[in-house]
Design a protein around this ligand. Structure first.
Ligand SMILES: [Zn+2]
Length: 97
């Protein structure tokens, strides 16, 4: 029976190269070895490493956090629209009874 190709580690965070756009798993990222402060501007997302292909800076791929941010923004706008009351789908009103 032929051996299966190496299993893909789905839980490993992926990082995207700012130059070539390739995705690299965290374990394959190269260390940022030079010119960190020349290459990163204030307010920029912290780079996670260097692209093993072209040496440009990589940043984390869009993460679950971003999806939570969307939910939280939606939640906040809902709360504002209801004058500070949060009404759940089952019509429970927060803060609770
Ligand atoms: Zn690259």
């Amino acid at each position: 029976m032929p051996a299966k190709t190496k299993p893909k580690n789905a839980s490993e965070p992926m990082h995207v190269c700012g130059n070539c756009g390739k995705q690299t798993p965290e374990s394959k990222l190269a260390q940022i070895t030079h010119g960190f402060w020349e290459r990163v501007s204030p307010g920029e997302i912290m780079p996670s490493g260097e692209c093993p292909r072209c040496g440009a800076l990589c940043r984390p791929l869009v993460t679950a956090t971003t999806r939570y941010e969307v939910v939280i923004k939606k939640l906040l706008s809902t709360v504002q629209a209801t004058g500070g009351l949060l009404i759940y789908p089952d019509t429970t009103v927060a803060p609770g009874r």
